[in-house]
Design a protein around this ligand. Structure first.
Ligand code: G1P
Length: 283
């Protein structure tokens, strides 16, 4: 399966840390977020990945390349893990010349994806799911006769609907909706429901024509959510609940919480961190 990973955003919620460093390179414990995303794509069956980057994003390419200066450390477990990940997939990098949003980033990968149904994972979101999230979407898609598109959704509290693309439509079977309405970042009073798009998509190649026909929307950018609305008038678009947890690291609080949660689960760090936290905050 081909997978596109948009990673060209400015990281403006994380300045100044992201002034010259891609937000996708922020570490969660000792791995950058992009590595978790690539691991998930590969675990889902992705064997051909396109990462859409932009200016100041070269570190993303370097991370998956060989570094002869670090040859002496090649046997460290983390380095071996990264090396084996890079060996198991083909990575392509394409640059978006100016950050014009998610839909435009996908268009940058169009020639590479060609006419196949493909996966999309956001470069700043870690999904901890079993089976991996794109695999869950792929299984849904197959059970629907391998047609249309499937996007991952989860319920969102009313105060947060304006951070998400929100979808609505009839529930076809438990946890699977046929999407009829999509609104990008609505005001709570205008949201058609509470199902938020989490940032994992299995898209039919029809999305590219739909993106081209979609006028700019929220923030003056062509939104993928709006293009999916155009697509849904032509072919089925499904929204699927999934099992697992999603960690968005897009701002400092979310990033910090993700680090704490991952550290608490880490066999080496967890017990020590728990004791230290108890000493700091009690309980
Ligand atoms: C993007 C999408 C939005 C989706 C969100 C998930 O927004 O446009 O529909 O709900 O990802 O994180 P962004 O977070 O890039 O502003």
């Amino acid at each position: 399966m081909k997978v596109v990973i948009p990673a060209a955003g400015l990281g403006s919620r994380f300045l100044p840390a992201t002034k010259s460093m891609p937000k996708e390179m922020l570490p969660v414990l000792d791995k950058p977020v992009i590595q978790y995303v690539v691991e998930e794509a590969v675990a889902s069956g992705g064997d051909d990945l396109t990462i859409v980057t932009g200016r100041s994003k070269r570190a993303l390419e370097d991370h998956f390349d060989l570094n002869p200066e670090l040859a002496a450390f090649a046997d460290l477990p983390g380095m071996r893990e990264l090396e084996s990940l890079s060996d198991r997939t083909t990575l392509h990098f394409v640059r978006q010349r100016s950050p014009r949003g998610l839909a435009d980033a996908l268009l940058c990968a169009e020639r590479h994806v060609g006419g196949e149904t493909f996966g999309v994972l956001l470069g700043d979101t870690i999904n901890v799911c079993d089976p991996p999230l794109l695999r869950q979407l792929l299984d849904r898609w197959r059970s629907l006769g391998s047609q249309g598109s499937v996007i991952a959704v989860e319920p969102v509290v009313p105060e947060k609907v304006s951070d998400y693309g929100i979808v609505a439509g009839p529930e076809r079977s438990p946890g699977l909706w046929e999407v009829r309405t999509l609104v990008e970042k609505p005001r709570p009073t205008e949201a058609p429901g509470n199902l938020g798009i989490t940032g994992a998509y299995l898209l039919s190649p029809g999305i590219f024509a739909a993106i081209r026909e979609t006028p700019p929307g929220h923030h003056g950018e062509v939104q993928l959510t709006d293009a999916l609305r155009v697509l849904s008038l032509r072919e089925p678009v499904y929204a699927a609940a999934f099992s697992g947890h999603r960690y968005d690291i897009g701002d400092r609080e979310l990033w910090l919480r993700t680090n704490v949660e991952f550290a608490l689960e880490d066999p080496e760090l967890g017990p020590r961190l728990r004791d230290w936290l108890k000493g700091r905050v009690g309980g």
